[in-house]
Design a protein around this ligand. Structure first.
Ligand SMILES: C[S@@+](CC[C@H](N)C(=O)[O-])C[C@H]1O[C@@H](n2cnc3c(N)ncnc32)[C@H](O)[C@@H]1O
Length: 706
């Protein structure tokens, strides 16, 4: 127990602290005594955090007794009349940030309790503060000083607060003065972090945008504190975020540096979107934002970069998805319509050179590089041939070499989900070279699916081909509630049919990062990406663009993966409803190979791939009923969870160079509500299932399937 005089000292200290910020001695003493009784004379609690408990109790007393509050303010006004409006100036070690009291009123009834408490706390933390009484009306003197009206309490001279160590200060300004802004190119993103908040005071510092580590902090009477965070500065312009948040009020809050923000954002993006390009950078994203703002804002195509690349212009993604798959080059030129498109033909006349620096970024992205449609994303270049000389190009899309989650799909890629039975952590080198198959061969019946030459084993291939061509000979499962039928009902309000059955497919399982083997292990084929020479070409018939190899391919050769956005079935149905009516070609593939192993699938587990907007070369592969020369095979790589898997194409037989690659989409030409939309089939197969085609004069070719 402390000595009585020590307790008295503590009592007096507390009273002095409160009176120094304007509370009346008697009120403080009365409230303090009450608190001591309530807390059993626990001084630690009362003194904690600069008397926060006491300040709160004082504020409570004001709230409960507004009359007393008014009286007190009136008394205070009289008391202050000699000094005629005061400012409280708090200095920290000489030349440091100032808090300036408005007109001598300690607090306004409009100021929320929490804010008052925080303000008081902030003041009390400045132990060596100096209190100076000054004029009631603070004006915008120096650039960056916030103007505060008569009812304001404190002013933060924000120019002096531009260090990362600066504690948060709170003000209650009345008059908002947009500050002078010396960077007219600056782009400001207003990001309302706390939607409840509004009426923000703008405090913009001229120098702020130049210094990425600095920030201005102000707050206003609606509980909020506004942060101006200069994030990015380049020749394109400067970018700063500003946001308001009541959550950040308080001395515990400090503004993190920009590097930390970027790192945290990158981690958050990875968590949210699951799969990110390895070189994703938040800074680069901001740079793109600047560029977009410039492009959109200026509407001009002024030169910004000096390099040149070979590209052909294509119409906008939006317009072209809705129209034809190809368009004469002359039209494309007209769409461009100005100097930006005034390219010239190259010597080989199949290319056109445009100067990249003449194009706004938004337009540049929609171009195809005719020499390599992958734009360097694959380890081989895949040119666009034939059709180009006639001035036609495939519709625009973004080339991606790996699947990417669109939004709601549940794709959980984590090492924790890969158990010992799903990887071979004890292996080393090439698993195919080992005398005994490892755990990764279990999925394929204890034998690896690949040969030492990197081809699919014939026996394995035969089973899969048979599943496709003679489905009735293989087991099916029938969903109690089929996700496809459920969607028909929910999105299209169509009466659901009974599940039509899904064949139970065989998976290939490849070794992956939790395995001990090397990157060159023979059980890693699909994950190494495209290695064969391929071309995108205009088919001679009515199918549009197609894909073909420019080299002979042996049977069982991996060609490419079907890459697109990972969508839930609902998302696909909704997307189809928006675009299908207008789109000539569609690009979805259902990931239903394992729908039978669980009961009723949740929407986020019933997935598909859509390559309409983002995809790879597989989006060009056309359908052929029954006897396509490639086949789609499900491949497990990063997750044993078969809701999500890779769709890989392997040759069903030897394929000649320049022979079109085709696979059987498994399409039901009678099911008009299926997410994979039927079309008039021009596959040319004698086994074509499209009855409309048969009625178009090919009835003699009997359907052999189903
Ligand atoms: C995945 S895309 C294939 C690439 C498409 N040909 C293109 O030009 O972009 C599928 C679309 O191509 C067309 N298609 C594919 N195979 C076809 C066939 N056998 N007969 C007619 N059209 C076909 C259909 O319009 C279908 O919706």
């Amino acid at each position: 127990m402390a000595a009585p005089n020590a307790l008295e000292e503590r009592f007096n200290d507390a009273v002095r602290s409160m009176t120094s910020i304007g509370y009346r001695k008697e009120t403080v003493e009365r409230i303090l005594k009450k608190l001591l009784t309530v807390y059993g004379h626990n001084w630690v609690h009362i003194e904690a955090d600069n008397y926060t408990t006491l300040v709160n109790a004082l504020c409570d007393a004001d709230d409960k007794n507004p009359k007393e509050g008014q009286k007190k303010r009136a008394e205070k006004k009289n008391l202050d009349s000699d000094h005629h409006n005061k400012k409280i100036k708090i200095r920290e070690h000489g030349q440091k940030p100032k808090l300036i009291h408005g007109n001598g009123e300690r607090e306004s009834t409009e100021v929320p309790r929490q804010q008052k408490a925080e303000a008081t706390k902030t003041q009390l933390q400045k132990q060596s503060s100096q209190i100076v009484m000054k004029e009631p009306k603070v004006e915008m003197g120096l650039a960056g000083t916030i103007t505060v009206g008569e009812s304001s309490s404190y002013v933060l001279k924000s120019q002096e607060y531009l260090t990362s160590e600066t504690p948060l200060a709170v003000m209650y300004p009345k008059v908002l003065q947009p500050s002078s802004h010396n960077g007219h190119e600056d782009a400001h993103l207003i990001c309302a972090a706390d939607k409840k908040l509004k009426g923000v005071l703008v405090a913009h510092e001229g120098q702020m945008a130049n210094a990425c580590s600095s920030q201005a902090i102000v707050s206003c009477r609606d509980f909020s504190t506004k942060f101006e965070v200069p994030l990015f500065s380049s020749a394109q312009g400067k970018l700063s975020f500003s946001f308001n948040s009541s959550l950040a009020n308080g001395s515990d809050f400090h503004m993190p540096d920009v590097e930390s923000i970027c790192k945290a954002m990158e981690a958050r993006c990875l968590r949210t979107y699951k799969i990110l390009e390895p070189n994703f950078s938040f800074m680069k994203l901001l740079d793109d934002v600047c560029q977009c703002i410039l492009d959109l804002g200026s509407g001009s195509n002024e030169a910004r970069e000096r390099s040149s690349i070979q590209m052909l212009p294509v119409p906008s993604l939006q317009s072209d998805q809705n129209s034809s798959s190809h368009m004469p080059l002359s039209n494309l030129m007209r769409l461009g319509g100005n100097a930006a498109f005034s390219g010239r033909r190259l010597n080989n006349s199949s290319n056109m050179q445009v100067i990249q620096n003449q194009l706004p970024t938004s337009v540049k992205r929609q171009y195809h590089d005719v020499n390599d449609i992958t734009k360097g994303e694959e380890s081989v270049s895949i040119p666009i041939v034939s059709g180009v000389e006639d001035g036609v190009l495939p519709p625009p899309f973004y080339y991606i070499p790996h699947n990417t989650n669109f939004q709601d799909a549940y794709v959980n890629i984590s090492f924790a989900r890969i158990g010992d039975e799903n990887c071979c952590s004890d292996c080393f080198g090439d698993c195919l070279a080992e005398p005994l198959p490892c755990a990764c061969a279990t999925e394929t019946g204890g034998e690896f699916a690949y040969t030492r030459d990197g081809l699919l084993k014939e026996e394995f291939l035969d089973v899969l081909i048979s599943m496709r061509r003679e489905p009735l000979k293989h087991p099916h499962f029938y969903c109690t509630i089929c996700p496809i039928e459920r969607m028909k009902m929910e999105v299209n309000s169509v009466k659901p049919d009974a599940c039509k059955g899904h064949i139970i497919k065989k998976f290939i399982k490849e070794c992956w990062r939790k395995c001990g083997c090397s990157r060159n292990c023979g059980n890693r084929v699909v994950q190494r990406g495209i290695t064969r020479n391929l071309q995108v070409f205009m088919t001679p018939g009515k199918k549009g663009w197609g894909l073909r190899p420019s080299e002979k391919l042996p049977q069982g050769a991996f060609v490419c993966e079907y890459v697109g956005e990972i969508l839930t079935n609902t998302e696909l149905y909704e997307r189809n409803n928006q675009i299908t009516g207008k789109a000539k070609h569609t690009y979805p593939v259902t990931l239903d190979a394992d729908w039978g192993t669980e009961g009723v699938l949740k929407d986020e587990e019933a997935l598909c791939l859509d390559a309409t907007f983002y995809g790879n070369v597989a989006r060009f592969i056309n359908h052929r009923c029954f006897d396509g020369n490639i086949i789609d095979i499900p491949v497990e790589i990063e997750t044993p969870d078969h809701h999500y898997y890779h769709v890989a194409f392997f040759t069903t037989r030897e394929v000649d160079a320049f022979e079109e690659l085709t696979w059987d989409y498994g399409i039901d030409f009678d099911d008009v509500n299926h997410p994979v939309k039927a079309f008039k089939c021009y596959c040319g197969s004698k086994f074509c299932r499209d009855k409309s085609r048969i009625s178009r004069g090919s009835k003699s070719r009997a359907m052999v399937l189903q």
